[in-house]
Write a protein that binds this ligand. Structure first.
Ligand SMILES: [Zn+2]
Length: 299
């Protein structure tokens, strides 16, 4: 039997079939379309395509786990207000259960990514996954088991206000970390970068664009702040950095390390936390959320 894991992202839907050994047996990627009907149709198609790619019957799949942004009701299998997907409310779990006749679990995409990263990177103990995407949030797993808190808010550090004079956040507060260290924050800090500022940011910075440099520095200090918050609140062995902005790659890795070392240099308390040693970047093109969704469908 194989478990299916699906990561429904703003631009693509990725499905993997996970063998009992934990190996990825097959993988399929489809473009995500917006709206309830389209999201359900794409998810359904991805499962059918996965069976064809794996050369298996649908009946050989034992469960489906889904990682999706938005507010997830795990018990009812419903997702609400997944703004990037154009979804107000969708009973994804019941619909897929009816279609395929196997257990379906819906989970927060960042929690799923944390479970997948811990599995794929062979990380034990407590692992926090910091998603630097359009939004900003962390997912937490303890010895392979997702830790969500009583209402699923554990790790929602993007909405920790850090600047009382900062920008208004769509959540209704002011100066949230997400307004600084996220794709949405970067768009506001560097409007010249267009809809996908992460793509041109390093190039613009290297060619002397002062606004791009300032936006990058804001992002780095926000991300470093997230690392410190995670270390001081949950004290994980490893903090994995992933999400779209992690593709800024080496410049981000170096600047983040430099900032953490600088803080360590001025504070023995922070130095004792050994922050730079705990940070790892998710290797590029690692299907962490899809694999994690397949895994957490059992827990
Ligand atoms: Zn907020």
């Amino acid at each position: 039997m194989m478990r299916v894991g699906i990561d429904i992202g703003g631009t693509k839907t990725q499905a993997v079939a996970l063998a009992d050994s934990g190996e990825i047996a097959a993988s399929v990627t489809l473009p995500t379309m917006r709206g309830e009907d389209a999201v359900l149709a794409t998810t359904t198609s991805s499962v059918v395509a996965l069976a064809a790619t794996a050369g298996r019957e649908l009946g050989e799949f034992s469960s489906i786990g889904i990682g999706i942004p938005g507010h997830v009701d795990r018990v009812g299998g419903r997702v609400r207000n997944a703004v990037n997907l154009g979804v107000r409310s969708l009973e994804l779990g019941p619909a897929l259960r009816e279609r395929f006749g196997i257990p379906v679990e819906i989970d927060n995409d960042v929690t799923a990514a944390a479970a997948g990263a811990a599995h794929l990177m062979s990380l034990s103990g407590t692992v926090a996954f910091l998603n630097l995407g359009t939004g900003l949030a962390a997912g937490i797993v303890v010895d392979g088991v997702a830790w969500r808190g009583q209402a699923g808010a554990a790790g929602e550090i993007g909405h920790l206000p850090v600047d009382p004079h900062g920008l208004e956040c769509p959540c209704g507060q002011r100066g949230c970390l997400e307004t600084i260290a996220s794709g949405a924050g970067l768009r506001r800090a560097w409007p010249a970068g267009g809809a996908h500022p992460g793509r041109g940011l390093v190039r613009a910075m290297e060619s002397g664009d002062a606004d791009a440099r300032r936006a990058f520095e804001g992002l780095v200090s926000g991300a470093a702040g997230c690392v410190r918050i995670l270390a001081l609140s949950i004290d994980p062995q490893t903090i994995v950095i992933g999400g779209g902005l992690s593709r800024l790659g080496e410049p981000l890795r170096q600047a983040l390390g430099a900032t953490l070392r600088e803080w360590s240099g001025t504070s023995p308390f922070i130095a004792d936390l050994k922050l730079p040693e705990r940070v790892q970047f998710l290797p590029e093109n690692t299907p962490a959320a899809a694999v994690g969704a397949a895994l957490v469908s059992r827990t």
